[in-house]
Design a protein around this ligand. Structure first.
Ligand SMILES: NC(=O)c1ccc[n+]([C@@H]2O[C@H](COP(=O)([O-])OP(=O)(O)OC[C@H]3O[C@@H](n4cnc5c(N)ncnc54)[C@H](O)[C@@H]3O)[C@@H](O)[C@H]2O)c1
Length: 253
């Protein structure tokens, strides 16, 4: 059965789609912009906007799992976050419920705890969003939990760290998620049996210096292959908060 990847023209989506296609998975890709490079072999592309519930529901027809990446992925005005990230995620979950898609993976963000000072390990309940963007991701997680409870959906929210081909700033010693590890984690989140219908995990590589707990990794069978400590150091950490620069931005208007 088909997998639906939203945000497939973005940085993570392009690589993920290529990797999943290589693993032989039938893919339907959705984005509001056409992919800058070609589609992986056999993949279907739907140009659609998440704000259009009907289009998202059509894309979810006959789907086994949705990996929901599409979002305004940088800090921006509150209205933008509501439209693309909160309403967009609601539409994905509602489409999944209506079309009886068994599993949805939500791309959440480490910025949901980005106002925790560097060096503190968040407990399970901690929320400290560092931006309007992060508030939208907190809301996405909350919607995921709600839909998992009220419908038959299984939902895994992955709090992605810093997705880069290689660590490029000091905080990446802790926060880096390599492309290969991202594919393994998102694939596992879409397929592994879950003890409960809702799960939140942090998404980093196996960084020796990581800040966040690996809770849920064993459950998903996620064994990261990369570690930022194996890359050259990129300077001295000066960030006060785990969200880095996001924690220092002025609120956009
Ligand atoms: N890259 C990171 O380090 C990182 C870290 C934490 C979380 N995340 C999350 O992971 C996901 C993917 O990140 P990315 O780096 O690939 O982002 P990206 O900005 O490169 O890609 C996002 C994609 O979503 C699409 N999109 C945005 N709004 C849309 C809408 N309304 N309808 C349809 N498509 C829409 C864009 O066209 C784009 O192709 C995002 O949800 C982001 O918030 C990324």
């Amino acid at each position: 059965m088909t997998w639906l990847v939203t945000g497939s023209s973005g940085a993570i989506g392009r690589r993920l789609a290529a990797d999943l296609a290589q693993r032989g998975l039938p893919l339907r890709l959705l984005d509001r912009t056409t992919p800058p490079t070609g589609l992986p072999d056999g993949a279907e592309f739907i140009e659609a906007d998440l704000r259009d519930l009907g289009a998202v529901e059509r894309a979810a027809t006959g789907v086994r799992a949705i990996i929901h990446l599409a979002a305004a992925s940088q800090e921006g005005p509150f209205a933008t976050m509501v439209e693309h990230n909160i309403t967009g995620t609601h539409h994905v979950l509602e489409a999944a419920r209506r079309q009886r898609v068994p599993r949805v993976v939500l791309a959440s963000s480490h910025h949901v705890t980005g106002l925790l000072p560097v060096g503190t390990a968040p407990d399970e309940q901690a929320l400290a969003p560092d931006s309007f963007y992060a508030v939208s991701k907190v809301t996405g997680e909350a919607l995921g939990r709600l839909y998992a409870h009220k419908s038959g959906l299984e939902v895994v929210a992955v709090r992605i760290g810093s997705y880069r081909t290689a660590p490029s700033e000091p905080r990446h010693r802790a926060t880096w998620l390599s492309p290969g590890d991202a594919t393994d984690l998102l694939h596992a989140a879409a397929t592994r049996p879950l003890p409960e219908r809702f799960l939140v995990v942090y998404g980093t590589s196996g960084n020796t210096e990581r800040w966040w707990p690996a809770a849920g990794w064993d459950l998903l069978g996620y064994r990261p292959g990369d570690d930022a400590a194996r890359h050259p150091a990129t300077g001295v950490l000066t960030d006060r908060f785990t969200g880095g620069a996001f924690a220092d931005h002025e609120l956009p208007t």
